[in-house]
Ligand binder design. Structure first.
Ligand code: DX5
Ligand code: ZN
Length: 217
């Protein structure tokens, strides 16, 4: 499966966001991961669709917008207009409405993803697999960069990849987000993830291009 590296700009200087995404594109990133936080679903507030609109002219890479917001469905059109390519929404914001919301994102012409927190049983997301272009398994509790990877995630990724294989979706994109380093990347890939979010690891490195290349495993 193709491995895609999605650096999160959360760990970068927001005042230089345009330059940053240009640099990430030159350094071999596959996606730009945009962490949208509303101060309610998660404590911090980061940015919304206007940031995405500002980034759009600076890169051709897909903008992967991870919505950590309590009412994601009220923002889909704004993100579409801003130039978002992928919108991912949390299972925990509305399990019953999740599939309808995924369909809504797709109907607007974007790719859709379902996100699951570390304390939600991974099996709960299985019903979404046919409807989501990507499943994002959180490997930390959302809200902050620079946290430690939760070891139980390996087992969750294995279960999800095995469900996808058994049910006719062997190539489903499985994204993992939080605490990814050059030390744990091989185990994360081995467990079944193929879209890798990395914030601190990319932005703390002296050579972003080399780090991105190493994260391919
Ligand atoms: C956490 C965010 C992550 C975060 C990852 O809520 O969803 O995308 O930026 O940062 P690192 O790679 O530093 O754990
Ligand atoms: Zn994220």
């Amino acid at each position: 499966m193709k491995i895609k590296i999605a650096p999160s700009i959360l760990a970068s200087d927001f005042a230089k966001a345009g330059e940053t995404v240009e640099k990430l594109e030159k350094c071999g990133a596959d996606y730009i991961h945009c962490d949208v936080m509303d101060g309610s679903f998660v404590p911090p507030i980061t940015f919304g669709h206007q940031m995405v609109e500002g980034l759009r002219p600076h890169t051709k890479l897909p903008l992967d917008c991870h919505l950590m917001v309590r009412h994601p469905q009220t923002h889909f059109e704004e993100f579409k207009k801003a130039g978002a390519d992928i919108v991912t929404i949390h299972f925990e914001t509305g399990p019953k409405s999740l599939i309808d919301r995924l369909k809504k994102i797709k109907s607007l012409g974007m790719k859709c993803g379902a996100v699951i927190n570390p304390n939600t049983p991974v099996e709960r997301i299985f019903d979404c697999v046919p409807f989501a272009d990507m499943i994002l398994v959180m490997s930390v509790f959302p809200g902050y960069g620079g946290q430690k990877f939760i070891g139980e995630t390996y087992h969750r990724l294995e279960k999800l990849r095995s469900y996808c294989i058994k049910n006719g979706y062997p190539e489903k994109d499985i994204e993992v987000d939080g605490g990814i380093t050059e030390e744990n990347i091989d185990s994360v890939l081995h467990a079944g993830a193929n879209v890798i979010v990395a914030g601190s690891t990319v932005f703390r490195s002296q050579d972003m291009a080399k780090t991105i290349e190493r994260l391919r495993g």
